[in-house]
Design a binder for this molecule. Structure first.
Ligand code: SAM
Length: 210
């Protein structure tokens, strides 16, 4: 169960099951209840972080830089409760769906960009964003977080999902997570780290601050 939920995220019953929900147009076939739509933690690392009760510091209304938006499953929920939400994704195909998702969300700004090259979107993303959410599932996840630190306000939060297998399929996830934490410590302090096993195998959720 979530400890703290941002304003704009509530628990609603869908088919008799209590689930996280945000208010917005449905995006991925999720069940709806009036204006509310279920947020599936099995399809969203950030949803899983909220479900397991991590203290994300999210309050609602924040400016967000979201790295690894794919077709918008999670970032659509974020844009339902956050303020301006810049969604970076480097694969053209999912960005087409993301653009459609953004049609009904005036605060969602899709960017077809590579998160390893922040200079290519520095002119668009406002500085001092409140939150970076990162779910790139690619080698060098800590490096991406370090390189995007420049956008984050000094009192902001990094909400990072680390996929062990994306770094090295042959290594023990625990060893990969240790290395990622070590590398992150160059520019972040880790406040909380939890395995998201109930929802995503071999993934670590991290809440960090600059
Ligand atoms: N966060 C999404 C969600 O919950 O709806 C799922 C993201 S999926 C696990 C990872 C995504 O990161 C993929 O769509 C992939 O194309 C994207 N990605 C990987 N490396 C990237 C990079 N360097 N820049 C931008 N996007 C990247």
């Amino acid at each position: 169960m979530s400890k703290q939920l941002p304003a704009g995220v509530e628990r609603h019953a869908f088919d008799g099951t209590d689930r996280l929900a945000t208010r917005g147009e449905p995006v991925y076939g999720e069940p709806t209840d009036g204006e509310w739509r279920a947020w599936n933690p099995h399809r969203s690392k950030l949803g899983a972080m909220l479900e397991v009760g991590m203290d994300t510091g999210l309050e609602g209304g924040e400016t967000v830089l979201y790295l690894g938006a794919a077709s918008g499953t999670t970032v659509s929920h974020v844009a339902d409760f956050a303020g301006p939400t810049y969604a970076v994704e480097f694969a053209a195909r999912p960005v087409r769906d993301l653009l459609e998702t953004a049609d009904s969300r005036e605060r969602l700004f899709p960017l077809l960009k590579d998160a390893r090259k922040p200079a290519t979107y520095a002119h668009v993303v406002e500085s001092d964003v409140d939150v970076i959410v990162q779910d790139v599932a690619t080698r060098g996840q800590a490096r991406v977080a370090l390189e995007n630190r420049q956008f984050l306000a000094d009192d902001g939060r990094l909400l990072l999902a680390v996929k062990a297998r994306s770094e090295d399929v042959t290594r023990e996830p625990a060893a990969v997570f240790e290395d990622v934490r070590e590398e992150l410590s160059e520019r972040y302090e880790v406040l909380e780290a939890r395995q998201l096993e109930a929802y995503h195998a071999d993934h670590l959720g991290i809440v960090a601050q600059p």
